[in-house]
Design a protein around this ligand. Structure first.
Ligand code: PEP
Ligand code: MG
Length: 747
């Protein structure tokens, strides 16, 4: 394209379209395309490199390099100039390739004769497919216009690849989305599931990347953008007077929808021969590539907004992507980049499994998935680009592994494992009504954690002796506005009705840190986990606390009531909160409401400071429950939400177990009931060691009760205590190896 005109570019795209329509097979088509591009760009060389696996590129077609090198020359991601383009997702344009950074001489290609090099990534919506290269003998940098033209061609190649235009022999030409892949992420809810992919946001397929009437395409783009703008304005209208943060997001949306730069780039793409949807997708792909490089959270969010807008625009232009849950495949496994708790609840128990590209172990979607006992794997890179609706998929929530389009051998091994799990479930069901008494006669109270109405059926079918932790904030988190007191009364009543005479420990609102209410003013804090959260918010915002206490008292309707305050760091916080309970009781009495039959008010021990409170506090408090998730993160100074450090320190670390023992001693002196309600209570070996340290009440996810009980029933706590004491005496850091050896010897 020596003159760099748009007409020239359109001509090339027109010829590419003819290629797409031709009968040619994958390899032949690729060969003809390299010839077309070299000819049109007036360059001696044009080569197409495609990925043969995640990390290796293969020369798949060339005009100008040695034909013997095709399917032989390979390079790793980041290796040589081609690898550099693939890795960075950025263009490399140089007049003197042999002296450019990263150049690697490949004798089989005979490329040393070529001086200038222009490589552009072939990518589709963040999915890297390959690299398109032109080279020429003359030492010159390619003009901006030529770079742009090659990017447009690369975009069309990406669409053609997606449509299966290059399928041929060998790994690099194997059809996309048909190979079986195994992806690994983080386990967030255990269990295994087999089913079919259901994409929360399905991929839009652009079947017509090239168009020959730019005027018509511009009109289509303008109409779609207008529809998008009207939609955003409507959302803004509805949100006025509402939450300011949501408004800010929508304002940012509107800014993008009206962004001249964005429009201009898409119009230029169209002028060069792309269809309106291909132009939207090209800009979106590039924005996604930029997003990968940006670390600033504000900028990332803005780029994510743009991505979201582009998706909406693509759906308007193609009419695709409007899915209906009525179309769910059999045994649906939900795949999403991320999902909010509200959306997840809408799918509810229809889902067999969930796989998220992002997500986090402590997020609310995770909490909901756990409550619904749906196997969940998070942090599964590439899952939304690899999976197609309806694909066969296996989810291993115990190990955080996902098999997409699995081979038969993997399927049969997986089914065997699932059958074993079913057997274990049957065993747990058989001990459901058996009280948990260890071999040396110690009775352990087994209760469950809950927070959603969906948890209530578990009260009966898990064998829980009560609810040791009811996380009341979950009801607040899954809504768009503050619930009314009357709604809370109705909910708490349902919980107490379902529990019948079993005890329910209602924990007051535990918000802040990672639990952000969408309708409450968000406060920017440098360290939210150490910030304004839980009881600290309650004491500063008495109105909300009072409303919740009233709702609890009214829901009890004369039945026993147990209230627990979260995150108490010093005795006075508890005293103030309990005083608030007393005042509320007084008020309810005056208003003529029936008062609870008994009232038990306790505190969660989640900061080391409370363990060292004056003995008087232990005498005063109704009961204590150790919130191990928080306590551990402060004890070890390791953020529970941070994947880099989350698993660094073991619960069975001698220091931590000694600390737990110390808390047990303090509670024993004052006869204060003590329980443990963090995640560790639901892990059999951890629970066993906690019991050995003297914890007599454990609260955990309902699904954990069977496995924990089963181990406790066959263990002797005295022996475990001795194993721990010996390991400590030997100066070991963690008692895990010693305890595991002992357990193995037992079985
Ligand atoms: C804990 O911190 O251990 C706990 C049970 O509370 P949450 O996980 O809700 O913070
Ligand atoms: Mg906590």
């Amino acid at each position: 394209m020596a003159d760099g005109t748009e007409t020239e570019s359109r001509k090339l795209l027109g010829r590419l379209r003819e290629e797409m329509a031709s009968e040619a097979a994958g390899q032949e088509r690729l060969d003809r395309i390299t010839h077309l591009i070299a000819d049109s760009m007036r360059s001696e060389v044009c080569s197409i490199y495609l990925f043969r696996d995640e990390d290796t590129l293969e020369l798949c077609a060339t005009e100008g390099l040695s034909p013997e090198a095709v399917h032989k020359t390979r390079m790793r991601m980041g290796e040589g100039l081609v690898g550099r383009v693939a890795k960075s997702g950025k263009v490399v344009n140089t007049a003197d390739a042999p002296s450019a950074k990263g150049f690697r001489y490949m004798p089989e290609t005979g490329e040393e004769r070529f001086s200038s090099f222009l490589g552009v990534p072939v990518q589709r919506l963040g999915e890297k497919l390959g690299v398109l290269v032109v080279q020429s003998r003359e030492a010159r940098e390619f003009s901006a216009d030529e770079v742009y033209a090659l990017e447009v061609v690369a975009m069309v190649l990406a669409e053609m690849a997606e449509l299966g235009a290059f399928v041929g022999e060998g790994a690099a030409l194997s059809p996309l989305h048909q190979q079986s892949v195994q992806l690994t992420g983080g386990p967030a809810q255990e269990g295994s599931a087999e089913g079919h992919v259901w994409l929360h946001e399905p991929r839009v397929v652009v079947t017509n990347p090239i168009a020959d009437d730019p005027h018509r395409e511009r009109e289509r783009l303008d109409e779609a953008v207008e529809e998008l703008r009207v939609g955003v304005d409507k959302m803004l209208e509805i949100s006025r007077g509402g939450d300011t943060e949501q408004l800010q997001v929508l304002e940012a949306y509107r800014m993008f929808a009206n962004s001249k730069g964005w429009m201009r780039r898409m119009e230029e793409d169209i002028a060069r021969g792309l269809s309106a949807e291909a132009a939207v997708e090209k800009e979106q792909s590039q924005a996604r590539a930029r997003m990968e490089q940006v670390t600033d959270p504000y900028l990332r969010e803005r780029l994510a907004d743009l991505d979201d807008l582009s998706n909406r625009l693509l759906r308007i232009l193609t009419g695709q992507g409007k899915t209906d849950s009525a179309d769910l495949p059999p045994d649906p496994i939900l795949i999403a980049r991320n999902i909010g708790p509200g959306d997840l609840l809408e799918y509810g128990r229809a889902l067999k499994g969930i796989v998220l590209e992002e997500g986090s172990v402590g997020s609310h979607a995770t909490i909901v998935a756990r409550a619904l006992a749906i196997p969940l794997v998070v942090h599964v890179g590439r899952i939304t680009t690899e999976a197609l609706n309806g694909d066969h998929i296996l989810v291993d929530g115990d190990n955080g592994v996902v098999h997409l389009r699995p081979e038969d051998t993997v399927v049969s091994a997986f089914r065997d494992k699932m059958a074993m799990q079913t057997k274990a479930q049957e065993r747990y069901a058989s001990i459901r009504e058996t009280p948990t008494v260890t071999q040396d006669g110690v009775r352990i109270n087994m209760t469950m954690n809950a927070g959603l109405m969906a948890d209530l059926p578990s009260l009966n079918n898990s064998g829980a002796e009560g609810v040791g932790l009811f996380r009341t904030e979950l009801q607040f988190l899954i809504r768009n506005q503050m619930p009314k007191r009357s709604e809370l009364v109705a909910q708490y009543k349902r919980v107490l009705d379902a529990a019948s005479d079993k005890r329910v420990v209602f924990r007051t609102l535990d918000i802040g840190s990672d639990k952000v209410l969408p309708y409450m003013k968000h406060v920017e804090e440098p360290n939210p986990a150490l910030g304004w959260r839980a009881i600290r918010v309650g004491l500063d915002k008495r109105g909300v606390m009072r409303m919740q206490l009233q709702a609890l008292i009214r829901a009890a309707e004369g039945r026993p009531l147990t209230i627990m305050f979260p995150f108490v760091a010093q005795a006075d916080e508890f005293r103030e909160a309990r005083w608030e309970v007393k005042k509320t009781i007084e008020r309810e009495r005056r208003l003529g409401h029936v008062l609870p039959e008994t009232l038990d008010v306790g505190a969660m021990l989640e900061t080391p400071s409370l363990a060292f409170a004056p003995q008087k506090f232990f005498d005063e408090v109704g009961f204590i429950s150790i919130g191990g998730n928080d306590l551990k993160q402060f004890f070890f100074a390791a953020d529970r939400e941070n994947e880099l450090v989350r698993r660094r320190y073991d619960t069975l670390n001698v220091s931590f177990l000694s600390f737990i023992e110390r808390i047990v001693e303090r509670c024993t002196i004052s006869d204060t009931p003590l329980s443990f309600c963090g995640e560790d209570a639901g892990r059999p070996v951890e629970a066993l060691c906690l019991a050995a340290m003297g914890i007599r009440s454990l609260s955990m996810r309902p699904a954990s009760i069977g496995p924990v009980k089963s181990l406790l029933l066959r263990s002797n706590l005295q022996e475990v205590r001795k194993i721990i004491a010996d390991a400590r005496h030997r100066g070991e850091q963690s008692v895990r190896p010693a305890v595991m050896d002992w357990l193995r010897a037992q079985s």
